[in-house]
Design a protein around this ligand. Structure first.
Ligand SMILES: Nc1ncnc2c1ncn2[C@@H]1O[C@H](COP(=O)(O)OP(=O)(O)OP(=O)(O)O)[C@@H](O)[C@H]1O
Ligand SMILES: [Mg+2]
Length: 465
């Protein structure tokens, strides 16, 4: 190859390299441009996204604050509704006591048969109105979070025993067979006996009410928890051969004011509050109520909960001791007692004086508030005080505490007389030094029984009726 050829070859090679270099440079520039454009687009999209996110966050925050405000408003409304109901029910009970008490007095006077029937209807209506008010009071107390449960030892078997006994006459009246499978021995557990009694009574009352024929069987179970040996698994089950319920009905009967079908009220009476209260109470005890039922065949309602095992209570408790029961008026001594009635409401004063008069106590002293009661008690001649809890100036609790501090030859027997039917109230009365407890409306029978306990110096709060 000549030197010229070699030169020409090199020039061509150089030219190729140059072109290739130019091509690659162009391609790189294009790629860089594209990259820059993409990253600009990405940046813009990113910016837009973060603006939207910030806006969204603000909207969520605003919604949340609106929601929590609405929730707070709803909670406050529900609470004030429950408080309103609690106050109203309490206020309604007081005049209703007057109505019922007067009807009771009237029924003990000379009446024609027709008048007698009319008074009986008056009493019946008053009593069911009172039961309704008590139910509403219960429900509103639970909903307002004011329901506190006791935790005292009680014997479950004895408790169910006494509830079943209460329903034996009713079952007999309507021709139902009431079977109670009472296990032998006893089952001492911790808990709120009053509430267990309330639930059991309600379930048993429903079973009898909704069973036109056949029978009702009550069973209890108390088993030791296999893991936590000091705990017991408890169960009260009530089976009936009554009208039964469809699945749909089973789903709604535990709500307040719900009945299985709208004709229930007409046929069987009631307001549909019983089971709603029972369910809430059972849940407050950490348990529940289950139902198994078939339309036309019958139902089984089971209350179950867990409780701490308890030692047999040494002290006299409502479930342990044989209940003193309402002593019949005839078995009661009629020798007048020196009685002081501390009560501010004039209708109630009149009523209680009339009832006492019927029981042979004519010379009764009166005090319009706690301070007057204290001054009267200071004289030392009072044997028994019927003490209202809520009074102006000084309430019944303060008056009792003050009386207990008096140096008297003999302390009077003090019986709380109150429209408050709750366990907490009974406890407060006991703690203040009262000996006995009568919830209003007081009737002749219960008053007479309380006077008799006072005469014998029996210090025992009567179980809530
Ligand atoms: N053992 C039962 N058999 C059939 N139906 C029942 C039974 N127990 C309850 N029910 C149905 O459940 C409904 C709700 O019962 P709940 O005890 O709450 O109300 P109630 O008995 O109608 O009224 P209240 O108890 O307030 O006086 C009843 O109306 C009835 O339809
Ligand atoms: Mg009921």
């Amino acid at each position: 190859m000549s030197g010229q050829d070699e030169e020409a070859g090199l020039a061509e090679q150089l030219d190729r390299f140059k072109r290739r270099y130019e091509r690659e440079k162009k391609a790189r520039r294009e790629a860089e441009g594209l990259l820059e454009q993409r990253s600009r687009e990405l940046h813009a999209a990113n910016f837009e996204l973060s603006t939207v996110a910030a806006q969204l966050e603000k909207i969520v925050e605003w919604r949340m604050s609106q929601l929590s405000e609405a929730l707070l408003r709803a909670e406050t409304a529900a609470k004030s509704k429950s408080e309103f109901l609690a106050v109203m029910s309490h206020e309604i009970r007081t005049p209703l006591n007057g109505v019922l008490g007067m009807a009771e007095l009237l029924s003990h006077t000379d009446l024609t048969k027709e008048q007698h029937d009319q008074v009986a209807t008056l009493k019946e209506c008053g009593t069911s109105l009172l039961a309704l008010i008590n139910d509403i009071l219960d429900l509103s107390k639970i909903d307002a979070g004011k329901m506190t449960l006791e935790n005292e030892p009680f014997n479950l078997y004895a408790l169910v025993d006494s509830v079943v006994n209460l329903f034996v006459p009713k079952a007999g009246e309507v021709g139902l067979k009431l079977v109670w499978r009472r296990p032998s021995g006893s089952a001492w557990v911790m808990g709120d006996a009053t509430r267990v009694r309330q639930i059991t009574s309600n379930l048993l009352s429903n079973a009898i009410k909704f069973t036109p024929q056949g029978g009702v069987t009550v069973e209890v179970g108390a088993e030791e928890d296999q893991v936590l040996m000091d705990r017991m698994l408890l169960r009260v089950s009530i089976t009936d051969t009554g009208i039964g319920l469809t699945e749909e009905q089973q789903g709604k009967i535990f709500s307040a004011f719900e009945q299985a079908d709208s004709s229930t009220t007409r046929r069987y009476g009631g307001t549909g509050l019983g089971l709603a209260i029972c369910k809430r109470l059972a849940e407050a005890m950490g348990g529940g109520i289950a139902v198994e039922s078939r339309l036309g065949e019958g139902s089984t309602f089971v209350l179950s909960w867990e409780a701490q095992r308890a030692q047999e209570a040494a002290s006299v408790s409502a479930e342990a001791a044989p209940s003193p029961g309402p002593s019949p008026a005839t078995a009661v001594s009629t020798e007048p007692l020196s009685i002081l009635v501390a009560e501010d409401n004039s209708v109630n004063q009149k009523l209680i004086l009339k009832l006492l008069e019927k029981l042979g106590h004519r010379e009764v002293k009166l005090a319009g508030n706690g301070r007057e009661a204290l001054e009267r008690a200071r004289q030392g001649d009072i044997e028994l005080i019927l003490m209202d809890m809520q009074m102006p100036e000084m309430d019944g609790l303060d008056a009792t505490r003050a009386i207990r501090l008096l140096d008297l030859p003999r302390q009077p027997h003090i019986v709380a007389l109150t429209a408050n039917a709750f366990t907490e109230d009974r406890e407060r009365c006991e703690a203040a030094g009262m000996d006995d407890f009568l919830s209003k409306p007081v009737n002749l029978e219960r008053l007479s029984a309380a006077l008799e306990r006072g005469r014998q110096g029996i210090r025992l709060p009567s179980p809530t009726p």
